[in-house]
Design a protein around this ligand. Structure first.
Ligand code: ADP
Ligand code: MG
Length: 581
């Protein structure tokens, strides 16, 4: 193919379309990834530099394009995916509008390299702000690679609307996660500023991909769901009763593999949860609705994020009914109660970008049955597994103290001190084995610190990372918090982090700025701030707490030296009641 330079016929129209299709770098990534998926890719690599401002590159091993198609693809409304208007009623591909490539190419420096697997040569097209700079044959691997540099460089107005690199990156990452969840069968590599940020090989099922995206504990606070009715299939996971959020941000929904937003589905979920959810709280979900594509209108919004259902009422009833059914099933019988430090839905990676949104809140698990209702002491006869011989759990006083029997005496256990000790030992053990898996926050939090604290913090970022507290300097006095130490449950990430930092800085004994902090001191501080009053334990959790405490190396005090237990021995009881002698 000879080189030719020409102005695309509709640069202006394309830029206008770009305003709708390419709101921000993440939208360009989304469009490119969707094209790769539509091209049957089994492996997609995404490289991002400076939050997508300087580079977005999406490389796939899909079916590629021949030379004519490569050029045609850059014309507005050129699409290989639909042929006539009736196709719009049953869209099975992600793309169909034929707008994405020309739009992106009109507002960036754009390079397309593509080769069909059986072709000897590939094609390269370079476009700068809508002008074709080069088009010709090129050696390249089978598949397609699209590079978008200097996004919006030609439209300074739009460039100004870009948020910080961090925010734009967050949106990109969120989108990639969603795509990765939608397509476990595809291998993904996500690079940020040159380094691999996340990757996962092709998986055989969603479960494996969920673990790869959200970390090993992802299941703990979720219930599986798999319900079919009248051609609709709803499957995935929803939060257990009591596991919910203050925002919709973790309500992840797919319709026919497309991540969507839908007022109807939102409403259906709330209906399904009805009395399992307080007002102003939202379910967490990773749900997939499969249905006849002709029942879904995806052409509501240029970025295809919103959907409408043709039989809206039916879909809504089906979804709310399915959710209610699963919740009913899920709330009877014992739920697995691994420990009171359950993390809930704590992704191993951040899922969304909206750093200004409230921090991810870890679920305060509602007690399933309040065995210590009214603060009374309840007698229990059988001893539970996990507690050493000679011990017997009796009850909980004032939601605060566990009561147990040991060798004829009575033991009172301070729930919070005990919890602190358990967390502390677990954390230190992991630090020692260099096995700390921080819990990535769904929403990284940006925090400004006072100048002194900020400079103190800058030097300790790495150390904090060792205990799983992911914090990084964003320049000036701003820091990004993107991970919490393992098993730390907190409702207020910001408060927690500020508390830890302030404590470490003052060291409790006045400013000692160059003091070298040991991991132990950090772990101690982290654990103290993790423990919040008023955790209501149910009996299973209380027993588990007790067992965990008794398994500790130093069970008798919290890391700060306060007692975790008070023992009234048999002898003491006898003395006090005047039986001795
Ligand atoms: P749409 O996806 O709506 O069809 P796009 O502008 O995103 O429109 O893409 C235009 C066309 O370019 C697609 O229909 C497809 O034929 C082709 N195309 C785009 N990206 C790829 C890719 N990664 N691999 C193969 N073909 C592609
Ligand atoms: Mg497309």
């Amino acid at each position: 193919m000879s080189q030719r330079i020409r102005l695309l016929a509709e640069v202006v129209a394309n830029r206008i379309a770009a305003g709708e299709v390419v709101e921000r770098p993440a939208s360009a990534v989304k469009e490119l990834v969707e094209n790769s998926l539509d091209a049957g890719a089994k492996k997609i690599e995404i490289s991002i530099e400076r939050g997508g401002r300087s580079l977005i590159r999406v490389t796939d091993d899909g079916h590629g394009m021949g030379p004519e198609d490569a050029l045609l693809a850059l014309e507005r409304h050129a699409t290989s995916k639909i042929r006539d208007a009736s196709d719009l009623l049953k869209i099975q591909t992600f793309g169909f509008r034929g707008e994405a490539l020309p739009s992106i190419a009109s507002v960036s420096r754009f390079t397309l390299r593509t080769r069909e697997p059986e072709a000897l040569e590939g094609t390269e097209v370079v476009i700068d702000g809508g002008k074709i700079i080069r088009a010709g044959s090129a050696g390249c691997p089978a598949g397609t690679s699209i590079e978008v540099k200097q996004l919006f460089a030609h439209v300074p107005g739009r460039r100004k609307f870009l948020r910080t690199e961090e925010t734009e990156w967050g949106h990109i990452e969120h989108g990639v996660r969603l795509a990765a969840l939608a397509r476990p069968d595809v291998g993904w590599v996500l690079r940020r500023d040159g380094a691999v940020f996340w990757q996962d090989t092709a998986r055989k099922d969603l479960e494996e991909r969920l673990a790869a995206v959200f970390g090993r504990d992802w299941k703990e606070s979720l219930l599986p769901m798999d319900v079919r009715d009248g051609g609709m299939h709803l499957h995935g996971y929803i939060g257990r009763p009591g596991v919910n959020r203050a925002t919709r941000a973790e309500q992840i929904l797919f319709v026919n593999s497309r991540p969507v937003q839908s007022g109807s589905l939102n409403a259906a979920l709330l209906e399904g949860y009805h009395n399992a959810l307080m007002r102003g709280r939202f379910p967490i979900t990773v749900l997939f609705l499969e249905m006849d594509p002709s029942g879904v209108d995806v052409n509501v919004h240029p970025s295809k994020r919103e959907v409408r259902f043709r039989q809206d009422g039916d879909v809504r009833r089906f979804v709310s009914g399915a959710v209610a059914e699963v919740l009913r099933g899920g709330s009877v019988g014992p739920l697995p109660m691994p420990t009171m430090t359950t993390n809930g839905f704590t992704p191993a990676m951040t899922l969304s970008p909206l750093a200004h949104q409230p921090a991810v809140t870890f679920p305060a698990r509602e007690p399933l049955a309040d065995t210590a209702s009214g603060g009374s002491l309840e007698l229990k006869v059988e001893s539970a597994p996990g507690i050493p011989a000679g011990w017997r759990f009796l009850g909980i006083v004032d939601h605060l103290y566990l009561v147990a029997e040991k060798d004829g005496g009575v033991v009172l256990i301070d729930q919070h001190a005990a919890h602190e000790r358990i967390l502390f030992e677990q954390l230190l053990r992991q630090v020692a084995q260099e096995e700390v898996h921080g819990q990535k926050l769904l929403y990284p939090v940006t925090l400004e610190f006072p100048p002194l604290q900020a400079s103190f913090l800058k030097d300790r970022v790495e150390q904090l990372g060792k205990v799983g507290l992911g914090i990084s300097s964003m320049g000036g006095n701003a820091f990004l918090v993107d991970a919490l130490p393992p098993r730390i449950r907190t409702l207020a990430v910001e408060e927690f982090v500020r508390g830890v930092v302030a404590d470490l800085e003052t060291g409790g004994t006045g400013a000692r700025k160059d003091r070298k902090l040991s991991e132990e001191v950090i772990a101690k501080t982290v654990c103290r701030h993790a423990i919040k009053a008023n955790d209501r334990l149910n009996e299973a959790e209380a027993v588990r707490l007790m067992a965990d405490l008794l398994a500790c190396e130093l069970p008798y005090t919290c890391p700060h030296g306060r007692p975790t237990m008070i023992l009234l021995s048999k002898g003491e009881l006898e003395k006090k009641f005047g039986r001795a002698g």
